[in-house]
Design a protein around this ligand. Structure first.
Ligand code: ZN
Ligand code: ZN
Length: 154
């Protein structure tokens, strides 16, 4: 089950919707179902180039998904903007692959925030992570999750 978060800043008008986790149909065989001509990956990763890269690895190198996958928070190390992107890790005999995403604002390479590591309940951990990040707009550590609009999807 995925979770949708509304992140907002207490000090300015910054707000952002973030999706995390996986949906019910997010099985590896659905995500990488290139034979059907409609793999779920198309809806998960917007970059056509990245999808083509993964397709080639699956079809030519027999790459397989390994470890955790799903929607994560990706943060821009330059401007601090938060993005929701799909993480996937593929292993094949010649190496491994993870998608690289760029910030829509400043084109820097985004870094993934690992919300699985750490203590406590998922919701508390996410709230802690969000609170520790400076607001992309005003720079203050005043980001918060609006609990009233947290939604579960799928
Ligand atoms: Zn940026
Ligand atoms: Zn702010």
């Amino acid at each position: 089950m995925g979770i949708g978060l509304a992140v907002f800043c207490r000090e300015c008008d910054y707000s952002r919707h973030i999706e995390l986790g996986v949906g019910m149909r997010y099985a590896p065989e659905n995500i990488l179902d290139f034979e059907s001509g409609k793999p779920m990956l198309w809806t998960l990763i917007r970059s056509r180039k990245t999808v083509e890269q993964i397709k080639a690895l699956v079809e030519e190198e027999r790459a397989v998904m390994a470890g955790r996958y799903g929607h994560y928070i990706y943060r821009c190390p330059e401007c601090g903007e938060l993005h929701s992107r799909f993480f996937i890790h593929l292993d094949y005999s010649g190496g491994s692959f993870e998608p690289v995403y760029r910030c829509g604002r400043c084109r820097s390479t985004l870094s993934r925030v690992d919300h699985f590591s750490g203590e406590g309940f998922f919701e508390e951990r996410i709230a802690g992570i969000i609170a520790s990040l400076p607001c992309p707009k005003c720079g203050r550590r005043s980001l918060q999750i609006d609990d009233a609009v947290t939604i579960m999807w799928d």
